[in-house]
Unconditional design. Structure first.
Length: 95
């Protein structure tokens, strides 16, 4: 029974990561693009509002950091080192 529970627990982690990365990041990127149209009222000649630019910048920064963390994880695995996120800054440590 314990093996079955461990399998379900691992499946839940994979499902959650898939939802966050597979649907969450594209949704966040789309929110950033959409926020760039705040204050334009559909007129392409008008500039977006400051609030829209700030929201878009935050959305794009989160997406960029997630992509960079994914690339760093792949590169670390290929080089035989481990990437740990113990603090705020990710650290490469040898295995």
């Amino acid at each position: 029974m314990k093996i079955l529970w461990l399998a379900f627990e691992g499946t839940w982690h994979v499902l959650l990561a898939g939802l966050i990365l597979g649907a969450g990041l594209p949704t966040l990127f789309a929110l950033g693009v959409r926020s760039l149209s705040m204050g334009t009222r559909g007129d392409p000649a008008r500039r977006p509002s400051l609030l829209g630019k700030v929201i878009a910048g935050l959305c794009f920064a989160v997406v960029l950091l997630a992509v960079l963390a994914g690339i760093a994880t792949i590169v670390a695995h290929g080089l035989g080192v481990q990437l740990s996120f113990d603090g705020i800054i990710p650290v490469f440590t040898s295995r």
